[in-house]
Design a protein around this ligand. Structure first.
Ligand SMILES: Nc1nc2c(ncn2[C@@H]2O[C@H](COP(=O)(O)OP(=O)(O)OP(=O)(O)O)[C@@H](O)[C@H]2O)c(=O)[nH]1
Length: 311
């Protein structure tokens, strides 16, 4: 038995209509362009709705913005090999220059009915996915930063000092360089909190961190170990240079005149300095030696620098 619909789908025209119906129903851009001239041979309904009719134009004239010639990123050359045979599907991601949306493009060279090789592209909009990826990357970077950064001062935290410090010390040991550590502890910080309030104490800790930041090199690691305790790890630095730096830090902190809501706050710190000549000490050993020296600085009257060789 044969009815009207059988007759329609059997005819070449009907077949073409069916294929175009399928292509025009896709939630994706499908286009075909001549690989030599870039003449646009087919654009499905999705493409026409987004970029307009073909109107005897080339692919780059329809799909891209303000170009005077073919796209600099055109991948036609990758779609055929040296013998002119199709190389298969090339998948890539691209941000369209006309609508700024992201697409995953699947490109391929195919034989057109008249025998020439043409380029077919199927491109799906992945903008939402890209936005999500961007948000996830930003969130991951932020989480990594938060995990390594002291929230109040923005300095490295204890965890980061250990993570970064171990590799800095390892490098110093391999190169036979010295490595030094300055520990500092705010003097009578409880009084600052008690007199001016905890928020004022926070402002003072931030000012102290700023002094450390402004006196250290990129390779140094300034960290807040917790509370009012800080440390600076100094790669390729011997005891004498570290002591000199600690003295400059001490004087700069003593000279701070912090304005907190109209009140002037001064502070001092006690410093313990240590160094390992050949970089052979561990970070724990450096911290312990610096702690001993800090303890002596506190016991000796505060606002001073003491040192301790780390063996
Ligand atoms: N504002 C503020 N205060 C903090 C923070 N962390 C710790 N502190 C305070 O720092 C003070 C430390 O006090 P202590 O350990 O007694 O030492 P100190 O008063 O500095 O005395 P010395 O170390 O002996 O000179 C405490 O009052 C803590 O509450 C913080 O993040 N912000």
């Amino acid at each position: 038995m044969s009815d009207d619909s059988d007759v329609k789908t059997d005819s070449p025209d009907a077949g073409q209509t069916a294929i175009e119906t399928v292509l025009d129903s896709l939630d994706a851009l499908v286009y075909v362009a001549d690989m030599q001239t870039h003449e646009l041979l087919f654009l499905n309904a999705y493409g026409r709705a987004e970029w307009g009719e073909i109107d005897n134009r080339k692919c780059w004239q329809v799909l891209q913005k303000g170009q005077k010639g073919p796209c600099t990123f055109c991948n036609n050359a990758m779609l055929v090999d040296a013998e002119g045979a199709a190389t298969g599907v090339q998948v890539w991601e691209f941000r369209n220059t006309r609508n700024n949306r992201w697409y995953q493009c699947r490109d391929q060279a195919i034989r057109w009915p008249d025998g020439r090789l043409v380029r077919i592209e199927i491109a799906t909009d992945i903008t939402d996915l890209k936005d999500l990826q961007t948000q996830l990357t930003a969130a991951r970077l932020q989480a990594e930063q938060l995990a390594n950064e002291d929230a109040l001062t923005g300095l490295a935290n204890r965890r980061a000092l250990f993570a970064l410090g171990r590799s800095a010390i390892e490098q110093a040991r391999r190169q036979g360089h010295p490595v030094a550590l300055i520990a500092l502890d705010a003097d009578r910080f409880k009084r600052i909190n008690d007199c001016y309030g905890h928020a004022a104490g926070d402002v003072v800790l931030k000012a102290l961190a700023e002094v450390l930041r402004s006196h250290t090199r990129a390779a140094d690691i300034a960290a807040r170990l917790g509370g009012e305790e800080f440390a600076v790890l100094l790669p390729a630095t011997g005891l004498k240079a570290a002591r000199d730096l600690a003295e400059r830090l001490r004087a700069s902190i003593e000279a701070l005149d912090i304005d907190y809501r109209g009140q002037r706050i001064q502070m001092t710190c006690s410093f313990g300095v240590t160094a390992s000549d050949s970089g052979s000490a561990t970070l724990d050993q450096l911290l312990n030696a610096a702690d001993l020296a800090t303890y002596r600085a506190k016991a000796g009257g505060r606002n001073r620098v003491e040192d301790e060789v780390c063996r």
